[in-house]
Write a new protein. Structure first.
Lengths: 288, 93
């Protein structure tokens, strides 16, 4: 079988220092995205466990699989969770969710926790869409726009390029800097046309890394124009899978003239994290 | 909150913005739209509140350039904008 260069690592994680049995509110957030799904479990608002995996062709199964994987070896079962919020593209397909909330609200809420309350502008570069969000100190959305009409500026676009160039997706960020001079960005916005353009550049003798650099800067340029519409205020952060791609992040920072905040959390769990935080707030509201 | 519904593509920026600070969910903008682009729904971006707001229907979100085209013309006031006494609606193009 041919190597799947686009395939990123799926994994789960748990915090062994938390004894969930002592927690008073246990909530979960499940973000079924178009490319990846995450389940996050919080104990009294603190991250206890999560999983991050690919969304299969069956959304309800993806939600279930992500949840089962997050709970693996924790001793916790679905019955122990007081409230679950589903979010993301496939949020209506989370069979065990008590409520669904749009991923825009969840990302803002999650980023507020992951990056701190100073965050004002958030860029979520997801698998199949790209969202520019302004938020206040409470993580409440004040302005947003979403591009889900075209694959430019999305993880899926990057997957296409990893495959075309036969370079592992987790390495292409750094590889795009192993070049002599920064090339002009590819001129096509559309991923399909950009791929055709890149094929032409390869044929013209461009090294792979240089093609990658040209595509990464085109992607950065594309999302900057989305961000400009909502006005960029600091602090600024990026969530989603592309936040892990230094090739896009650094070029984006350069074009904006500002640095994106860093986090120790996985940038892909922002949506599910926010959903679980909303779940906690909803439980507290109910218990009052 | 400003909710921007629409998209950006090679031919331009096409967004309808709803200012939820101004919009009270009265629905006066709905019947005047010949293409039925707008609807009233819960403010889904603030899950803890329970207020209503005007929003662009999902089926129009990715084609509003075309849905709104019949109303667009040089210097013409758009019916949805004219119907909104609270000035909550704006078009980017």
């Amino acid at each position: 079988m041919a190597k799947e260069f686009w395939r990123w690592k799926e994994y789960n994680w748990k915090d062994d220092s938390i004894n969930w049995q002592n927690g008073s509110i246990i909530t979960a957030g499940v973000d079924v995205g178009s490319v990846s799904s995450q389940a996050v479990v919080l104990v009294d608002g603190e991250l206890f466990a999560f999983s991050n995996m690919r969304t299969g062709s069956n959304s309800p199964m993806s939600a279930q699989n992500a949840m089962n994987w997050a709970l693996e070896n924790t001793g916790m079962t679905l019955q122990n969770i007081h409230y679950t919020v589903g979010t993301g593209y496939g949020r209506v397909n989370v069979p065990f969710a008590n409520k669904t909330i749009t991923e825009i609200a969840c990302h803002a809420r999650g980023a507020n926790k992951m990056y701190g309350s100073s965050i004002r502008t958030l860029l979520d570069m997801g698998g199949q869409d790209c969202k520019a969000i302004s938020c206040d100190e409470k993580g409440k959305v004040t302005n947003f726009l979403m591009n889900d009409k075209c694959a430019a500026g999305t993880g899926r676009g990057m997957e296409v390029f990893a495959d075309l160039l036969s370079l592992p997706i987790e390495e292409i960020g750094d590889l795009s800097f192993q070049i002599e001079v920064e090339p002009e960005p590819v001129s096509s916005t559309c991923v399909i046309f950009a791929k055709s353009e890149a094929t032409g550049l390869l044929r013209a003798g461009w090294p792979k890394n240089k093609v990658l650099a040209a595509y990464s800067s085109a992607m950065a340029h594309r999302v900057v124009s989305l961000l400009e519409r909502i006005e960029i205020k600091e602090d600024f952060a990026i969530t989603g899978g592309i936040a892990k791609n230094s090739g896009v992040v650094k070029r984006l920072e350069k074009e904006l003239g500002i640095k994106a905040l860093k986090t120790t959390y996985d940038t892909q769990i922002a949506g599910a994290f926010g959903a679980a935080l909303f779940a906690k707030a909803l439980v507290e509201k109910e218990r009052k | 909150m400003i909710a921007n519904y629409g998209y950006k593509d090679g031919s331009g920026d096409f967004f309808i913005s709803i200012d939820t600070e101004k919009c009270n969910g009265c629905g006066d903008c709905l019947p005047v739209c010949p293409a039925n682009v707008l609807e009233i729904r819960e403010n889904e971006f603030d899950p803890m509140a329970e207020d209503l707001m005007a929003a662009v229907k999902d089926e129009h979100r990715k084609k509003i350039k075309y849905s709104c085209a019949p109303c667009k013309g040089e210097g013409r006031l758009l019916p949805c904008i004219a119907a909104c006494e609270l000035n909550a609606i704006a078009h980017s193009w």
